[in-house]
Design a protein around this ligand. Structure first.
Ligand SMILES: CC(C)(COP(=O)(O)OP(=O)(O)OC[C@H]1O[C@@H](n2cnc3c(N)ncnc32)[C@H](O)[C@@H]1OP(=O)(O)O)[C@@H](O)C(=O)NCCC(=O)NCCS
Length: 165
């Protein structure tokens, strides 16, 4: 059964289902240089459907966010060991950007990650990706670290994180 989380005009924001995975992989291929195996998409959907969200217009997927959870050192507390949500990938097709869909995807993934009882939520973003950095800052994420040559092409990343508790 489809779980529709919210509607933005004609765009449904809902939890992903197995049949969404191929269209999501296609969006990923069109929009980002980081790609993943089919198995990785399937395992994220199986493990954390609460934070694997798609945006859909007239039956066509136009955006997604997928996340995982892990245990590790806090991005906020010295020596704290916490449960963290981690944004693996987010994208909206270019022609549908700047309509609030990216924001809705992040907000709904925050809700999903909270359901998994995570203490923090974090992500990596290219330092040059101003659109994404602005979006995350608007939603309360703060730059906590710079990760030198994080990406394969040598670009640096910002690690951005938000406390959920
Ligand atoms: C990052 C990304 C997901 C953002 O998606 P988006 O749907 O454009 O995000 P939003 O629409 O919520 O917000 C983007 C901007 O549109 C503005 N906006 C939102 N609704 C709007 C509307 N109805 N009219 C005009 N502007 C609007 C927002 O205020 C925001 O403005 P700002 O950049 O000046 O702060 C998208 O740019 C993308 O897919 N990029 C390529 C993949 C990528 O880089 N992913 C991130 C990897 S970490």
């Amino acid at each position: 059964m489809q779980v529709i989380l919210r509607q933005l005009g004609d765009c449904n924001i809902r939890r992903a289902e197995p049949t969404d995975l191929i269209p999501i992989m296609e969006i990923n291929l069109k929009t980002l240089p980081e790609h993943y195996s089919d198995y990785f998409y399937e395992s994220l959907l199986a493990e954390i459907p609460e934070a694997f969200i798609v945006a859909e217009i007239a039956g066509q997927n136009i955006g997604y966010i997928m996340c995982k959870t892990e245990y590790g050192f806090s991005n906020f507390k010295k020596l704290g060991f916490v449960k963290k949500g981690h944004v693996v990938s987010i994208a909206v097709l270019e022609e549908y950007r700047k309509k609030g869909i990216g924001q809705a995807l992040v907000e709904e993934s925050v809700n999903g990650i909270k359901l998994k009882k995570c203490d923090e939520f974090y992500l990596e973003v290219r330092c040059s990706n101003n659109d994404a950095v602005r979006l995350y800052e608007k939603l309360g994420f703060a730059i906590r670290q710079k990760l030198n040559t994080y990406y394969r092409d040598g670009e640096d990343a910002y690690l951005m994180a938000i406390e959920l508790t």
